[in-house]
Each structure stands twice: as structure tokens, then as C-alpha cells.
Design a protein. Structure first.
Length: 174
């Protein structure tokens, strides 16, 4: 089964290659906002599925945390974009995050019980690592607006916390 990590790793590699090959190929601020919103929406969707499908209390609590935290980041990003007059602009990267998120949700919907819980948490771990890599290698280095850069850097620790939490969850499920 192709994991969301494999798909996101391909996105990250493509973005890294594009940014390295030509500065003009790097995402602009409007595309960065759209990528950030897409990343959070994917995790909100996965959290909603896990919250409704899992019977494991810890997985449900983790899923609710993902919904709450990523919804808050999206709310802040949307308000900031409006304030600084940046209209989110879809890009290949933001579309890929959405498409791969939908594919992963479809695969997760076919799983049950502990198999679902393990697959969900495994994907959360890999997803947050990929998002951190994307933040560090693509989004933060290419953002031009100082307030948007600050927002990305402020949101980053939450992704790190989620990654650590997913690692702990992964160990407890196996």
C-alpha cells in the first residue's frame, strides 16, 4: 500500500528540485499560504475519520488534537492572509497534498480496528515529518512576507509536537 509519506516525499523532492533549479520556480507567498492550508486540511480530514472510526481512546484523543490544532493554524493563516492581502493560490504542490490526502483517506476507510489505528498513526508520523521537511526546505526559506514567515515559524513547533506524539502512539500500538 502506497503511504501518504511516499506521495508526500515525492512532492517534497519535486519542490526541492524546482526550488534548487530556478529561484523563479520556488513557491510564492500566495502558493505558500495555499500549501499550508492544504496540509492542515488533509490532517483535519484524517483526524475526523480517525475520530469516527477508531475504537481506541488514545487514537480518538490524538485525532481530536489534530483536528483542533490544525483548524487553529488554518484559522490563523486565513486571518493573516486576509490582513496582509495575500490570496491563496493553488499550485501543483497544494493540489498534490489534497489529492494524496484523499487517496490516503480512501485507503484508511477500508481498514478496521487495530489495523486502522496502526495505519492512521503510521501515516500521521510520516505526514508530520514530511510537513516539517516541507516547512524547513521549501516554505520558510522562500516566504517573502515577514508576518507570514513568523506565522510559519510559530506553527512549526506544533508539527514537531505532533510528530513526537505520533511516535509515542506508534510505539504503544505495536
Amino acid at each position: 500500500m502506497k503511504t501518504i509519506f511516499e506521495a508526500l516525499a515525492a512532492i517534497l523532492l519535486a519542490l526541492t528540485a524546482a526550488a534548487a533549479s530556478a529561484q523563479s520556480a520556488a513557491p510564492n507567498d500566495a502558493q505558500i499560504v495555499a500549501i499550508l492550508l492544504a496540509v492542515n486540511n488533509v490532517d483535519i480530514g484524517a483526524g475526523e475519520l480517525a475520530k469516527s472510526k477508531s475504537t481506541n481512546v488514545d487514537v480518538k484523543e490524538f485525532a481530536q488534537l489534530m483536528i483542533t490544532d490544525h483548524s487553529a493554524v488554518n484559522k490563523q493563516a486565513t486571518a493573516l492572509a486576509k490582513k496582509v492581502k495575500i490570496k491563496p493560490e493553488e499550485s501543483k504542490a497544494s493540489k498534490s497534498f489534497k489529492e494524496n490526502g484523499a487517496t490516503t483517506l480512501s485507503k484508511l476507510k477500508g481498514l478496521k480496528g487495530k489495523e486502522f489505528d496502526i495505519a492512521y498513526i503510521d501515516n500521521e508520523l510520516n505526514y508530520h515529518q514530511t510537513v516539517l521537511d516541507t516547512l524547513d526546505k521549501i516554505l520558510i526559506p522562500n516566504v517573502k512576507n515577514a508576518e507570514l514567515q513568523h506565522a510559519l515559524m510559530t506553527a512549526r513547533p506544533a508539527f514537531e509536537t505532533h510528530l513526537r506524539h505520533a511516535k509515542n502512539m506508534q510505539a504503544s500500538l505495536k
